[in-house]
Design a protein around this ligand. Structure first.
Ligand code: ZN
Length: 234
């Protein structure tokens, strides 16, 4: 009888824990409101993305009700973060960070470069729309980085790749650079993401002022397409 009671107590405790976990998951599924956005610090926004990637890598993504989020964001949006990422099909920021509708602004361009139109888009995302964090998300095996290393030429793509080549020049690489050098591809991708993060403030007084005032944090990070894991920098 005693052991049966203990078993029942154990089952009740487990059920309680499961209900608690479900409630917490449901909390994280609530679409951001302006009040929630204002309450979020840049550091808390960064932690939210770190937690999301940890869930994604662990196979514990939230799988929120997206249609419910469509309904709750129909009249307004208040995203807490913005991502500057590559167009690569393997690096969708919302999935990699396990975020949902209304959570993040996402600017995607080959090689995640901070071109003028991208900088302007991120000025909107932060100064006007209130996001507290910008993540420049580079990634492994980036085709744009490989093209830049090989100095490839193709229509308007040529101009995009030219904006990545300064990252290669900064590495002081000895010899003839080639995209077959996997270590070089990774080093250029990291340098390119770091450069883009720095350029967001050097090219935008609006973003620089937000950072100075502590209203915005800018970091860069590297996504590994083989594991889904994001390594954080800055
Ligand atoms: Zn890429």
């Amino acid at each position: 009888m005693w052991s049966r009671r203990r078993t029942l107590q154990g089952m009740a405790a487990i059920a309680g824990m499961a209900a608690g976990a479900a409630a917490r998951a449901k909390d994280r599924c609530v679409a951001f409101t302006p009040t929630m956005q204002q309450a979020k610090t840049p550091e808390a926004a960064l932690q939210r993305l770190k937690d999301g990637n940890a869930r994604f890598v662990a196979g514990r993504a939230l799988h929120c009700d997206l249609l419910e989020q469509v309904r709750s964001t129909a009249r307004q949006q208040a995203p807490f973060a913005a991502v500057l990422g590559c167009i690569d099909s393997r690096v969708p920021p919302e999935l990699v960070f396990d975020q949902n509708i209304g959570d993040m602004f996402v600017a995607r361009i080959a090689g995640n470069i901070a071109s003028a139109d991208i900088v302007g888009s991120l000025e909107f995302a932060t100064a006007l729309a209130g996001a507290k964090l910008i993540v420049v998300l580079g990634h492994s095996e980036c085709g744009a980085v490989k093209g830049a290393i090989d100095d490839a030429k193709l229509g308007s793509l040529t101009g995009v790749l030219q904006q990545i080549r300064p990252a290669l020049a900064r590495l002081d690489y000895q010899g003839v650079p080639s995209s077959k050098d996997k270590a070089l591809v990774q080093r250029v991708a990291e340098q390119n993401a770091r450069d883009a993060a720095e350029q967001l403030t050097s090219r935008s007084e609006t973003l620089a002022a937000l950072v100075r005032e502590g209203k915005l944090k800018i970091v860069y990070a590297m996504h590994d397409v083989a594991t889904g894991r994001v390594a954080w920098h800055g």
